[in-house]
Design a protein around this ligand. Structure first.
Ligand SMILES: C[S@@+](CC[C@H](N)C(=O)[O-])C[C@H]1O[C@@H](n2cnc3c(N)ncnc32)[C@H](O)[C@@H]1O
Length: 257
């Protein structure tokens, strides 16, 4: 079987690495090396040059996002789930994302939006969008699933962006930019719409909340997702010693005419 160019996780038991199968080359770790030509199936187990067993398999979304090279700070996977529910996304949703960044949320959205959905992603930074596009196609090329075909990337500053230049009544707008309130300088929402903003600091939360209220949004919710992993092994049963602390606040609201 030919696995050339396939995206894989190489797990040594102690550490996970993201890599791409490249014929004739080696992958070297502190726990020994393997040759990519040793891979006869995915998933599989391969013995390294020092006798350590490595697991080789396709990365999950979470592994890919956390292990990939990235530019701007990503939305952490624990927050993605909550954002998707708060934005009321389904396979047919019409979604505008503001702040493509490294494409972590863009990738997850593109994996759940179907062919009847509409998806636009705006960012002022061309380089970030270019890198995000490459990240997304790199991940999706590993899977032959029915993901949305077209993501419409808009390279523009939110300040001055006019939503009515897009002939779509969006169901959801999700922002991950420092100043999401700029949207309302040049736009008004007149349809049923779910708004979600991801923001690291409480002063930003305060400003967007005021702006949403001024724009007659309802059901405003402000939350933070705190995920605490546990170790449960034999007689040990306790929370892990370390955890990811603060990532971002999630502000959600709905415009119900
Ligand atoms: C934190 S990153 C978004 C990360 C992304 N959600 C992810 O999970 O990978 C913020 C992005 O917003 C963009 N941005 C900041 N201010 C903007 C503005 N006024 N208009 C458009 N994009 C902006 C930046 O260029 C950057 O790429």
């Amino acid at each position: 079987m030919d696995f050339e160019n396939r995206l894989i996780v190489i797990s040594t038991g102690n550490k996970k690495y993201l890599s791409v199968v490249t014929q004739g080359q080696n992958f070297i770790t502190n726990e020994g090396k393997i040759e990519f030509d040793q891979i006869k199936s995915i998933p599989s187990r391969i013995e390294s040059s020092t006798g350590v067993i490595f697991s080789i398999y396709a990365p999950s979304y979470k592994e890919f996002i956390l292990l990939m090279k990235r530019g701007p700070q990503i939305i952490y996977p624990k927050d993605v789930g909550s954002i998707i529910v708060s934005a009321n996304i389904n396979s047919k949703s019409k979604v505008l994302e503001i702040g493509t960044g490294s494409g972590a949320l863009t990738l997850f959205l593109s994996s759940i939006l179907g062919h009847d959905a509409k998806f636009y992603s705006l960012d002022v930074n061309k380089k970030n969008q270019y890198r995000a596009k490459k990240t997304i196609s790199r991940y999706l090329s590993n899977y032959s699933t029915d993901f949305i075909k077209d993501i419409n990337f808009i390279n523009q500053d939110l300040s001055g962006f006019q939503i009515d230049t897009i002939p779509i009544n969006f169901d959801s707008i999700i922002t991950d930019v420092p100043e999401p309130w700029l949207f309302f300088d040049s736009n008004q929402i007149n349809n049923d719409l779910h708004w979600v903003s991801y923001l690291p600091s409480i002063s930003q939360v305060s400003r967007i909340t005021d702006t949403l209220e001024e724009n007659q949004f309802q059901d405003i919710e402000i939350k933070e997702v705190i995920e605490r992993e546990w170790t449960v092994r034999g007689k040990i049963s306790r929370p892990k010693h370390s955890m990811v602390g603060h990532t971002g606040f999630i502000v959600s609201a709905r415009n119900i005419l």
